[in-house]
Design a protein around this ligand. Structure first.
Ligand code: SF4
Ligand code: SF4
Length: 468
């Protein structure tokens, strides 16, 4: 090892006094070092930029993705989901849960390490902090130093940028629920409705506090997923793992007995880079978000001391015990999660391909069940409720079939207008001569046909009731 590298190792030992395991008493200032997994983390966090730009895309004459709460519709490109189709939402939730469970069974909390909004936003916030206030040691010194003009300027600059990200996050979230361009206009002209201000204020507060101040404490103490993940992982789950057999007994690189020690030189850099302040060498921890930063750190040390990389590496407990890792299709958890996942995908696809253009229900009037008119004819009253799920108003013709002698009274039903997205109930009367009826309950079929589009044709079974 060159003198320069030796000096670098001594600096690490000097820094090691600053790295300690998270006990929840203070904010962790994790050291940022370059590496393979650091790069992957950047790539995955860049995916979140999609969150910021999606609300500005248009599709036809509306926002491409819009949860239109006032009109109770969800627009996804040309697809519109109505409250009647909300059962698909439960399948989507099952799908997301099973994906998370399956990924956890295979690779631990990899979602937390690379994709979770809490860790991604925290990463952005701490990157800015690092650029503005310096490395963790400089930041701690700055925090402990008395207030000077320099400290005020640095803190002001950092908090302004954090607040700008928080504001942008809040506006972007709200933009998924209303037209994004109108929303910006209403905020800028201070004309936004109260609910929009409440959503914005909540998002600014939680983004600023969770990502700026609480950081890893959210993952450690608040996140429910951290608590339940242990039931999803097993000896086959691949996670950042310290190779005890290779690393121990740990100890300083130089000095008495160094020849008999393992590869861990106890520099504590793996603790220093850990965003949740975990010491991976102590085994699996509920605070470990599987981010791989400790792998980058330890690999950089191994490179410096000319030992093979991988003292900390992604590995399963079985691998560490020298057993082969079974293929995914032979792992019961993976099979069970995948089966539920595919069933939910099948259900969602079925739902999406079978959304009817008009949802119809027809209710027979109960009070009274029928009316006998002065000319002897019998009338039944029905309430028709139809939801027009197409983007245009529909003109429908209603007819009744299935029984001779039963017809619609008057001109009703010749041209019913179904407003797009609206449920406007309307009544219809059927009339029949008593002698044409064969019993008290005569099965009938209502037929609704669109005057604009022959493919929109609905049938609804009902009954005609008389006193005979
Ligand atoms: S595991 Fe690696 S990074 Fe951690 S203390 Fe040992 S040598 Fe240093
Ligand atoms: S122990 Fe390693 S993988 Fe786990 S959170 Fe800390 S740095 Fe990330």
């Amino acid at each position: 090892m060159s003198e320069k590298e030796q000096a670098g190792i001594e600096d690490l030992y000097a820094d090691a006094a600053h790295w300690h395991v998270n006990t929840g008493e203070e904010t962790i200032h994790a050291k940022r070092i370059p590496g393979r997994f650091r790069m992957y983390k950047w790539y995955t966090s860049i995916l979140w930029l999609v969150f910021f730009i999606v609300p500005y895309f248009r599709w036809d004459d509306h926002q491409a993705i819009l949860f239109d709460i006032p009109h109770r519709q969800f627009h996804f490109l040309s697809l519109t989901i109505w409250p009647q189709d909300v059962w698909m939402l439960s399948l989507v939730l099952i799908l997301l849960a099973m994906t998370l469970f399956g990924v956890t069974a295979v690779a631990g909390r990899v979602w937390c390490g690379y994709f979770c909004f809490q860790t991604v936003w925290t990463d952005w916030f701490t990157w800015l902090e690092d650029k503005i206030e310096g490395n963790p040691i400089q930041r701690r010194k700055l925090d402990a130093a008395p207030w000077t003009m320099r400290k005020i300027k640095l803190k002001l600059f950092k908090h302004t940028l954090w607040l700008l990200i928080s504001i942008l996050t809040g506006i972007t979230f709200a933009a998924y629920f209303t037209d994004a361009y109108d929303l910006w206009h209403s905020y800028l002209t201070l004309d936004a409705p109260l609910i929009a201000w409440v959503v914005l204020a909540a998002f600014i507060f939680f983004t600023y506090v969770f990502a700026g101040f609480m950081r890893e404490q959210v993952c450690f103490w608040l996140c429910p997923y951290a608590r339940i993940q242990s039931v999803m992982v097993d000896k086959d789950t691949v996670m950042p793992t310290y190779d005890v057999s290779r690393g121990e007994p740990r100890g300083k690189l130089r000095g008495k007995g160094s020849d008999e020690r393992g590869d861990c030189i106890d520099c504590k850099l793996c603790v220093g880079v850990c965003p949740t302040g975990v010491d991976i060498r102590e085994g699996m921890s509920e605070g470990c978000i599987t981010c791989g930063m400790c792998i980058d750190a330890c690999d950089s040390i191994m490179d410096k001391i000319n030992r093979p990389r991988g003292l900390i590496r992604y590995a399963s407990r079985k691998e560490m015990d020298g057993e082969p890792l079974p293929p995914l299709f032979k792992r019961p958890r993976v099979i069970a999660y995948s089966a539920i996942l595919f069933l939910s995908i099948a259900g969602i696809l079925y739902g999406l391909t079978h959304i009817p253009p008009v949802e119809l229900s027809i209710v027979h009037e109960r009070q009274p069940l029928f009316i006998q008119m002065s000319d002897g004819s019998i009338h039944n009253k029905y309430t028709i409720k139809a939801v027009n799920k197409t983007p245009e108003d529909l003109h429908m013709k209603v007819t009744v079939s299935g029984a001779e002698g039963i017809s619609i009274a008057g001109d009703e039903g010749k041209n019913i207008v179904l407003k797009t997205g609206k449920i406007i109930p309307f009544h219809i009367f059927l009339t029949a001569r008593p002698e044409a009826l064969k019993g008290k309950r005569t099965p009938i079929t209502f037929v609704l046909e669109s005057l604009e589009s022959p493919i929109i044709r609905l049938e609804y079974e009902s009954v005609f009731i008389s006193g005979r």
